[in-house]
Design a protein around this ligand. Structure first.
Ligand SMILES: [Zn+2]
Ligand SMILES: [Zn+2]
Length: 258
């Protein structure tokens, strides 16, 4: 594995280390294509900014800092800067415009919430048996893929549904079918593996295998050491075999135009 487009920085308030430390770790372990994808800024309807995101006032500096480092290390590693971003239908155009203006080169879709967090405060990762929320999650991820602006879907199986398994399968299969239809890969998320989270979800991987959805890997690094995660890579490769997944390797970047 010589690529990883899922990296955070301390600007999102829940990651450690300088960007340069992440780069040195990645390059030293053989990563040749690297992307920083910190949480995109978002100002809620109530005027607040969520604490897990880059502040709007820092986003330009974030992009500029990574681009400087990309120049500095260009002979060793290809570095891009972007955001991990939700798809909120009412806000998407503005969020996209802002991301481009901050200097982002690409986006990955991470649907951590079902909408403006001042209106939909429950995280997708919180356990729930609410079918409407699951359906909404699947619809949002599908609509996000359809925009053609996201390079891939980060942790597509982050939604933590505790209800009927057949209901889960019906809704989550939609994501796999859309992934094929729009050609947008689904990520096996290594933070989920090393953190022993509820994702990657075996039921979801089964669906992805059945539908032959394109699958890629992402370290989701929140500290420099995880800018290469060889231990989780072994587990992820095992999943590829076990669930007969259509592993495509490095995803093709969907670059945003300024
Ligand atoms: Zn995420
Ligand atoms: Zn992430």
């Amino acid at each position: 594995m010589d690529y990883n487009y899922h990296t955070h920085t301390k600007r999102c308030h829940h990651a450690d280390g300088t960007p340069e430390e992440y780069i040195l770790r990645a390059a030293g372990c053989g990563i040749r294509y690297m992307g920083f994808s910190d949480h995109s800024p978002f100002i809620c309807a109530d005027g607040q900014q969520s604490n897990y995101r880059v502040r709007a006032g820092e986003a330009g500096d974030y992009c500029a800092e990574i681009k400087n480092l990309a120049d500095k290390y260009s002979d060793r590693i290809d570095i891009k800067v972007g955001f991990e971003m939700e798809y909120y239908p009412d806000n998407f155009d503005k969020m996209l415009e802002n991301a481009v203006n901050y200097g982002a080169e690409y986006l990955i879709l991470g649907q951590h919430f079902l909408g403006d967090e001042s209106i939909y405060p429950d995280p997708s990762a919180a356990p729930t048996d609410d079918t409407d929320s699951l359906r909404m999650y699947a619809e949002l991820v599908t609509a996000g893929m359809k925009t053609g602006k996201f390079t891939y879907v980060a942790h597509p199986d982050i939604f933590n549904f505790t209800g009927d398994i057949e209901v889960y399968r019906t809704q989550m299969r939609k994501i796999c079918i859309s992934s094929v239809k729009y050609g947008i890969p689904l990520e096996i998320n290594f933070l989920g593996i090393r953190g022993k989270r509820h994702y990657p979800d075996c039921e979801f991987l089964k669906l992805a295998g059945e539908e032959k959805a394109p699958v890629t890997f992402g370290f989701d690094a929140h500290e420099p050491y995880d800018a290469y995660d060889g231990k989780s890579l072994k587990t992820a490769l095992m999943y590829i075999k076990e669930y007969n997944l259509n592993y495509i390797g490095k995803p093709e970047l969907i670059l945003l135009n300024k």
